[in-house]
Design a binder for this molecule. Structure first.
Ligand SMILES: [Zn+2]
Length: 477
């Protein structure tokens, strides 16, 4: 039975030291620490930094993606291609089984609806998720399977609507916005998706903790995450944003309560008062809020609601994809942190340059400018909707280059150490200072094969040689 762990000869804060971990924390840092009986000894790494914390991702969606068909614009081009990849997946499914596709973008086949999908697959239920993660499109068999045609217009999350799109004559189009929970209740219960694979991939990037930004209220989903934590299938510490976590008894063992996630609608008739009430409710229950704001309109609605309800420490804006200067100064005034996704600049930047208003380009996924304006900033990957490797985001915050090498918002570049710090801040304070490798701190470490300076010169996951969570070695190259 191993008892404790000793990392030998690594650079920490510029000095070459040994780091001893026991009972989940760092207990000693010094030179020539002698290995103790039963201690696991880790040699060969060049540097140690705190384990990375991904401040915004979606674990269940990452796991579910493994058994979905990728219909992203990189995979398919046009109707024939789409039909072919769906037919290939269709061939191995049992009769009546759902076909699940993800990553759809309008570039493939324009705006999808049930009738467009029926022309491709009409004999089994099919659902296709938009790349944004906020829209599912169902074919007619899918609509029938979940009773979408007869769904009542119960209040949903989108601007007071029910999230169920209807055409001019009142027919359901098969397009369902932000109704994952409604949909989930009507889909056949599947075996829990494999979080083990997700955990192993995260460990290979040096990620020791994550904040799951899914606004889930489903106990089953939270139980799935908690069970994966307890069995060790998922090595990472997990904070969740669901409202269920509001009352402690509802939060399963093994999970931490993060802020309450609230989607901010950006349609007509924004409900500022309703949003202010939800902010106030979260604050009263002792939790900060995480307001999902992709558009400028949503950011404005969020700011107005914060003006009414007040902001408290830990409140954050998710994405903040477009933040012009006046919005930034109001965020600074409210002391609200922005949790951004710089990797979208790399992953989708070429599209942004084609599609986004020239005026707004400098305000996309800002980094350095937020820091200069006094706004706290942390980062997440938004996986599986963005690249899940956080080192892609770090490099993106440094260079701000797209896949084709064009640069977006050069003034928003960050120094490499600061960019890595976007993933080193405390889970409860994403915009705060980076955690440190220090005696008494949690023994969550990312070990690098190169020294820190070399690593920062060209940040990439390949440099991670071992990952330690709570003093336990969970990944070794
Ligand atoms: Zn997200």
């Amino acid at each position: 039975m191993s008892d404790g762990l000793l990392v030998v000869g690594v650079e920490v804060d510029g000095a070459r030291v040994d780091v001893r971990c026991a009972r989940g924390v760092v207990t000693a840092i010094g030179t020539d620490l002698a290995p103790r009986r039963g201690e696991t000894v880790v040699r060969g790494a060049a540097a140690a930094v705190p384990g990375l914390h991904d401040h915004h991702l979606h674990l269940m969606a990452m796991a579910a993606r493994t058994d979905s068909v990728d219909v992203g614009a990189d995979q398919v081009a046009g109707a024939d291609d789409l039909a072919q990849v769906l037919a290939t997946a269709d061939a191995v499914l049992a009769a009546g089984e759902w076909l699940r596709a993800v990553g759809y973008h309008e570039r493939v086949l324009g705006k999808l609806d049930r009738w467009a999908l029926d022309r491709i697959v009409d004999d089994r239920p099919l659902r296709v998720q938009h790349r944004s993660g906020h829209l599912w499109v169902l074919n007619s068999a899918g609509c029938r399977a979940v009773g979408l045609d007869d769904a009542d217009a119960a209040a949903g999350p989108r601007g007071g609507g029910d999230g169920i799109e209807r055409d001019g004559t009142g027919r359901v189009t098969g397009r369902l916005f932000d109704r994952d929970e409604w949909l989930g209740e009507r889909l056949p219960r599947r075996v829990p998706p494999d979080l083990g694979r997700v955990g192993r991939r995260l460990s290979s990037y040096g990620v020791t903790g994550v904040t799951d930004a899914t606004p889930t209220r489903s106990v089953a989903d939270l139980e799935g995450l908690a069970a994966a934590r307890r069995t060790g299938a998922l090595a990472q510490r997990v904070r969740v944003m669901g409202e269920l976590a509001r009352d402690d008894p509802g939060l399963p063992d093994g999970l931490d309560a993060g802020p309450v996630k609230v989607m901010v609608a950006d349609g007509r008739d924004p409900d500022v008062d309703g949003l202010a009430e939800r902010i106030d409710g979260a604050h009263r229950s002792g939790r900060p809020v995480a307001l999902h704001c992709v558009s400028l309109v949503a950011a404005a609605v969020a700011l107005a609601a914060w003006d009414t309800a007040g902001a408290r420490p830990g409140d954050r804006m998710e994405h903040g994809a477009v933040l012009p200067p006046d919005v930034v100064s109001r965020l600074a005034g409210l002391a609200v942190t922005v949790v951004t996704q710089p990797a979208f600049l790399f992953d989708r930047g070429d599209e942004y340059l084609d599609e986004v208003d020239p005026e707004d380009r400098a305000h996309l996924y800002r980094c350095g400018g937020l820091t200069r304006a006094g706004v706290g900033v942390g980062a997440g990957t938004d996986a599986p909707f963005g690249p899940e490797d956080p080192w892609v985001a770090v490099a993106s915050a440094v260079h701000r280059t797209t896949r084709s090498g064009r640069v977006i918002g050069p003034d928003e570049r960050m120094a490499p150490l600061r960019a890595l710090g976007l993933f080193l801040s405390d889970p409860a304070d994403p915009g705060g200072p980076p955690r440190t490798v220090a005696v008494g701190a949690a023994a969550d470490l990312c070990l690098l094969g190169d020294d820190l300076q070399q690593t920062l010169a060209d940040p990439m996951a390949r440099r991670v040689v071992a990952t330690i969570v709570g003093g336990r070695l969970v990944h070794e190259d």
